[in-house]
Design a protein around this ligand. Structure first.
Ligand SMILES: C[C@H]1O[C@H](OP(=O)(O)OP(=O)(O)OC[C@H]2O[C@@H](n3cnc4c(=O)[nH]c(N)nc43)[C@H](O)[C@@H]2O)[C@@H](O)[C@@H](O)C1=O
Length: 338
């Protein structure tokens, strides 16, 4: 029988790629969507438009990780085989401005979902989107055994979610796993995360729509992978014989400055002519270096990264340039760049 999955955060970058992956495997996908006065389904709209889909294998539900009763009701009705908790207030800088909201949704939201699974008594497997931000100040390379030292309200909330997931696995024998994903990007990345902010600016500067790009700390080191590959790792974790926690990363270190250089070069521009410093983008406490060791995921799940940061930068620049070209020439713009 075809499997079914419930995805929180389905409207985000990872939610959209995971939905594509699961629909391709024949799943029925249910997505949890927050009510908004503006459209927020741009990344998944094209999945409704598939003429072969008959509109029945992707179903959206209005709910919120802040509403535990709605979660119980939904789980009891849908009885999904798999639950992917990708929903969160996921912006690290914003988490310093809205720490309580971030704690409620990114932290307590996971506990509400775990408790909703327990309360509804359904038999399901749950994937928790844990994050390399939990490592924070812990020196690289970071792996599953590295002690957490979060440096933001977002990181603290993710640590709470991580341990809640482990606790429900140990206390109730729930098939619950943590995927500790390092930064992963794509043309669908939100426009305020640094990679997409850069590649979008390259396209706009080339088109004469903006002259300068304002950024914060260029010395931060990140391990940037390609989001469509990372959602495959999520799925693999839920197909394993035993629940376990895995780091997902490329293992390659890059500074924001190097990404900047490569993205501007790919667009035929010199970043030094356009980039300005704005302290507003600095964080009260920064995470200096995240470099992951994904040996366990390779050994046990057979997962390996393929696209590395340089190619990723070029993919994103090309996608932003063609999306802007299409927009300027009046064509309908799709975020679906594959
Ligand atoms: C794994 C983890 O990955 C992401 O968190 P993040 O690493 O904070 O991602 P980001 O793209 O916001 O920042 C990367 C670096 O870039 C620096 N930086 C400089 N100038 C700007 C700037 O202007 N904007 C931003 N956003 N960052 C800047 C900034 O200070 C930081 O050092 C989220 O998906 C999160 O949900 C998650 O789980």
């Amino acid at each position: 029988m075809a499997k079914s999955a419930l995805i929180t955060g389905i409207t985000g970058q990872d939610g959209s790629y995971l939905t594509e992956l699961l629909l391709g495997k024949g799943y029925t996908v249910h997505g949890l969507v927050r009510r908004s006065s503006s459209f927020n389904t741009g990344r998944i709209d094209h999945l409704y438009e598939d003429p072969h889909d008959e509109g029945r294998s992707l179903v959206l539900h209005h709910a919120d990780l802040a509403d535990g009763v709605a979660l119980v009701n939904l789980l009891r009705d849908l009885r999904p085989d798999e639950v992917y908790n990708l929903g969160a207030q996921s912006h690290v800088r914003v988490s310093f401005d809205s720490p309580l909201y971030t704690g409620d949704v990114t932290g307590m939201g996971t506990m509400r979902l775990l408790e909703a699974i327990r309360a509804s008594g359904i038999d399901t497997r749950i994937y928790q989107a844990s994050s390399s931000e939990m490592f924070g100040a812990a020196p690289p390379p970071q792996h599953e055994g590295t002690a957490f030292h979060p440096r933001s309200p977002y990181g603290c909330a993710k640590v709470f979610s991580y341990w809640s997931t482990v606790n429900y696995r140990e206390a109730y024998d729930l098939f619950a796993v943590n995927g500790i994903l390092f930064n992963h990007e794509s043309p669908r990345r939100g426009e305020t995360f640094v990679t997409r902010k850069i590649t979008r600016a390259v396209a706009r500067i080339r088109a004469g729509l903006q002259r300068h790009l304002y950024l914060g700390n260029l010395d931060a080191v990140r391990d940037w992978g390609y989001a469509p590959e990372y959602v495959e790792a999520m799925w693999l974790m839920l197909q394993a014989d035993e629940p376990n926690d895995y780091v997902v990363a490329t293992g390659v270190a890059t500074t924001v400055r190097e990404f900047l250089h490569e993205a501007f070069r790919a667009g035929g521009l010199d970043w030094q002519e356009h980039v300005r410093f704005d302290p507003a983008y600095q964080r009260p406490t920064e995470v200096d270096a995240l470099i992951g060791d994904a040996a366990k995921a390779e050994a046990r799940l057979g997962w390996k990264p393929r696209v590395m940061w340089g190619e990723l930068a070029r993919i994103m620049v090309e996608a932003d340039i063609s999306a802007l070209d299409a927009e300027l020439s009046g064509e309908a713009v799709r975020i679906d760049h594959g």
